[in-house]
Design a protein around this ligand. Structure first.
Ligand code: NAP
Ligand code: G4F
Length: 371
């Protein structure tokens, strides 16, 4: 591997992003390149290429000769983390890589702990071993999952943590390790406590994208029914593009600190479903409760594809219930507004609109490719 530092203008800031192939990694790469950074991303090796989301940005960066470098690495491998830190000598590390799915963490608790908890520790140690504690700024992707079913709403930086899943518990360890390296070694380390954030780049295993993709397919006659778990859960949903800007702002401060990033508004899964169907002209009527709850087509004005009144469009599949779930999350962003001058720009209605329209386009592209 070459020594990138030697090849750079001294004024150009260097960032390392773990989890560069993910939703947030993609938006953050775009943001940092637009700000003139040299961006290095760590990507894990998989049997099929996993950089589909990054492709366009990578090609644009290549054409513009703007400095985007991808390195193979894994949070389970301390050796490669140390090597990358020593060679890249980044000014800023954005640690986004994680096993990020809450439901999967119940099936794979040990793996989740190894990657999210010990993996974060490995990365922090790599910064220390590389002698970068006084140079490198560190961003930790903390989460509103830390709050669990909090006694107080909205949740702010001083709300007590009550993690309720292996995922949240692994992230609690990472939160405190980040704080510990800040206090013990003077590392400029920030926890961004981000509430749910979505986009057309969100993986379909998360509920918002699962809904918008199903609505697009139903609207184009390619799917009949959408099967979901807990419809009552309420989340504070923002746009990933807004949230990566908050990550960057945290690392531009003079003093490291922890910040809650959210919209301050909360929407239930059921309401998200209704808003999504609304975009394609379908009104829903929900009947029944618990696993017997069903959503029927009440009317379908101007829908893309004829959907008959009373068709079953939404049903419950208990396999999507979790052993424990968080019923309500809503964030208090007073501190971020005051100290970072950051505020969410995208409402949940605009988010739903963008995601449904994007999924309609991608289903149409698939149909046209098959033809
Ligand atoms: P995501 O789309 O699931 O991306 C996760 C990234 O981590 C992917 O690039 C993935 O690589 C990588 N990764 C997973 N395991 C790895 C390993 N063992 N070694 C190296 N890389 C690994 O997640 P996201 O939505 O962008 O979220 C980014 C971070 O913010 C995560 O840490 C997540 O827990 C946290 N967070 C997310 C939200 C949210 O609502 N999106 C809210 C709060 C906190 P592959 O592409 O190979 O899978
Ligand atoms: O979309 P979700 O899977 O996201 P969840 O569990 O809130 O986690 C996401 O946000 C966290 C921030 O709070 C991040 F830290 C984490 O990495 C991830 O990005 O589920 C949202 C809600 C849950 O209550 C779930 O039970 O939707 C409910 N839900 C209902 N039916 C479903 C489904 N979730 C999924 N994934 N699939 C369903 O069919």
């Amino acid at each position: 591997m070459k020594n990138y530092k030697l090849n750079n203008e001294m004024t150009k800031k260097i960032a390392l992003i773990t989890g560069i192939t993910g939703q947030d990694g993609t938006y953050l790469t775009k943001l940092l390149l637009s700000k003139g950074y040299e961006v290095h991303g760590m990507q894990r090796r998989t049997s099929r290429l996993n950089n589909e989301r990054l492709d366009t940005i990578y090609q644009e960066a290549f054409m513009a000769n703007s400095g985007l470098f991808i390195h193979f690495g894994d949070l389970s491998d301390a050796g490669i983390l140390i090597k990358l830190l020593q060679q890249i000598q980044p000014d800023e590390v954005y640690h986004l890589a994680a096993m990020s799915h809450v439901q999967v963490s119940f099936d794979q608790p040990e793996y989740t702990a190894d990657i999210n908890a010990t993996g974060t520790l490995r990365l922090l140690e790599a910064i220390k071993i590389a002698g970068l504690c006084q140079k490198t700024k560190f961003y930790q992707a903390s989460t509103s999952e830390l709050f669990g079913n909090a006694a107080k709403s909205p949740q702010g930086e001083s709300t007590p943590f009550h993690p309720t899943s292996p995922y949240a518990i692994s992230k609690l360890f990472a939160y405190w390790m980040t704080t510990n390296y800040r206090n013990s070694y003077g590392l400029f380390a920030c926890n961004g406590i981000l509430f749910n954030h979505e986009s057309p780049l969100r993986d379909e295993s998360f509920v918002t994208r699962k809904i918008t993709m199903a609505v697009a397919k139903i609207g184009l006659g390619r799917q009949k029914t959408l099967y979901l778990g807990n419809l009552n859960a309420k989340r504070d949903w923002g746009h990933a593009e807004d949230y990566v800007e908050a990550m960057w702002l945290m690392l531009q401060k003079n003093k490291p600190d922890d910040y809650v990033i959210a919209t301050g508004a909360s929407t239930s899964v059921r309401e998200f479903v209704e808003k999504s169907f609304d975009i394609i002209g379908i009104k829903l009527q929900f009947e029944g409760t618990g696993t017997a709850e069903k959503g029927y087509c009440l009317s379908s004005k101007n829908s893309l594809y004829p959907v008959k009144k009373n068709s079953l469009l939404v049903a419950i599949d208990p396999q999507f219930y979790r052993p424990t779930d968080i019923e309500w999350l809503i964030g208090d962003t007073t501190k971020a507004k005051e100290e970072l001058q950051w505020e969410a720009r995208t409402s949940v209605d605009s988010l739903v609109h963008e995601m449904v329209i994007s999924d309609i386009q991608s289903v149409l592209n698939q149909i046209n490719t098959v033809k």
